[in-house]
Design a protein around this ligand. Structure first.
Ligand code: CMP
Length: 139
């Protein structure tokens, strides 16, 4: 069974370049409804905790340094088959391999600074959404 929620973050480089509004507009235009939204500057430790599953990977240090370098926007999104639909909208992890017109193709700079994060499964979406939002902060 597929769920109807996913979780995303707009990454620091996309926010500092002034793309947050355009990215949120693309998300809404693609039919996602915002269930929760916040702008927050993560500490290095919080970024490390969020990406803990990658802690053994070579890119982990760069990723957590980058993700704590400036504010991010975190959001819980709703749409039928949300995880897969959102991954289609954002494109491949590496912006140079992302389909034309996808968020990462348009706004990503590198595999680390790839504009947005998107959950990879329903369970991950639930865990990641709960990392940022309490029950009170969701509609
Ligand atoms: P994201 O969707 O936020 O999830 C994990 C992140 O690790 C990924 O996007 C990339 O920004 C980052 N990353 C850096 N290097 C790699 C790599 N070689 N393979 C996968 N992800 C990478």
């Amino acid at each position: 069974m597929t769920g109807n929620r996913t979780f995303t973050m707009i990454k620091p480089s996309a926010i500092s370049a002034g793309h947050a509004g355009n990215i949120l507009a693309m998300i809404e235009k693609a039919g996602f409804r915002l269930l929760a939204l916040k702008l927050i500057h993560l500490t290095r430790q919080q970024a490390g905790q969020f990406y803990a599953e990658h802690s053994a990977k070579g890119f982990y240090e760069d990723l957590t340094r980058f993700m704590s370098s400036g504010p991010i926007i975190a959001a819980i999104l709703e749409k039928e088959n949300a995880v897969a639909e959102f991954r289609k909208l954002i494109g491949a992890t590496d912006p140079s391999k992302a389909e034309p017109g996808t968020v990462r193709n348009l706004y990503g700079i590198s595999i680390t600074e790839n504009a947005v994060h998107g959950s990879d499964a329903d369970l991950t979406a639930e865990r990641e959404g709960s990392f940022f939002f309490s029950q009170l902060e969701r509609v």
